[in-house]
Design a protein around this ligand. Structure first.
Ligand code: FES
Length: 266
């Protein structure tokens, strides 16, 4: 158990209790333990972004499950904080894609600027850092989650600017730190190109326009049935159409009989 300051008891606020009961009601009778993660999240949001031990007991009682089972879940997921964290809780991804793209450098930026490492909080309580495994945004590596937001495609400079802005009370826009739309290819979209970023449109503008197609005479088209009925078709076209549909024509009748699947008659 952590050395976090503890409290005698925990209870959801009336509003959160209502939410908790709605969450529990989503699961079949006897399966209410499935609501353990959303209830932990609810407790954490109510309690300054961390879950005290008393809340683990309270949730265990509500879900009629052993306390140790709640503790197992709470200690497995890094998203559950079991000790107080800073106002800006940094979760720095250190799994392979982020590491290959410079997560180690970002760790150095935190150390240089804030003087903290994994599991530590600045003295003024503004920032805390934990190193976590894949945040599920590898295509935008390296990634740092700040409270609920993902900051992506970071490097030393952009991450340093992000920390400065947060310390100054600003809220920088989440998402990629480079000229990129969400997780589209770094060179711009390869599909839906009509919404390509300016850089791609600039490249496209340098490509010469294709030569115009040579003009050709239109092919003659057989008359459609409606044209025959309305008399708009040429006489020879009408004649040919009547022969094809004449039941007295042996060849045509034979063909039709076979297409219908009826047996041949001797
Ligand atoms: S490896 Fe960092 S988000 Fe997946």
């Amino acid at each position: 158990m952590s050395s976090a300051p503890q409290m005698d008891g925990f209870a959801f606020t009336p509003e959160n209790l209502e939410r908790a009961n709605r969450l529990i009601a989503r699961y079949p009778a006897g399966r209410q333990a499935s609501a353990v993660l959303p209830l932990l999240d609810l407790a954490q949001r109510q309690h300054d972004n961390w879950v005290p031990d008393a809340a683990l007991h309270h949730i265990a009682d509500m879900l009629e499950m052993p306390y140790i089972r709640v503790m197992e879940v709470a200690t497995f997921y890094t998203m559950v904080n079991l000790a107080p964290v800073g106002r800006f809780h940094l979760q720095l991804c250190r799994t392979t894609p982020c590491w290959l793209r410079g997560a180690g450098d970002l760790r150095g930026v935190v150390k240089d600027k804030l003087g903290i490492g994994h599991g530590q909080t600045t003295a003024d309580g503004t920032f805390s850092l934990v190193e976590v495994e894949c945040l599920g945004a590898c295509v935008n590596a390296p990634v740092v989650q700040v409270n609920d937001d993902f900051y992506e495609d970071l490097d030393d400079a952009s991450f340093g600017r992000l920390l400065d802005a947060l310390a100054a009370g600003e809220t920088p826009a989440a998402g990629p730190a480079v000229d990129r739309r969400t997780s589209a290819p770094i060179t711009g979209q390869t599909t839906l190109t009509d919404i390509a970023p300016a850089a791609v449109r600039a490249v496209e503008a340098t490509v010469p326009a294709p030569a115009p197609e040579p003009e050709t005479e239109p092919e003659p088209v057989d008359a459609a049935p409606e044209e025959i009925e309305s008399g708009a078709a040429a006489p020879e076209q009408v004649e040919a159409a009547e022969v094809e549909s004449d039941p007295a024509n042996p060849a045509t009748t034979d063909e039709l009989t076979k297409k219908d699947g009826a047996p041949d008659v001797a």
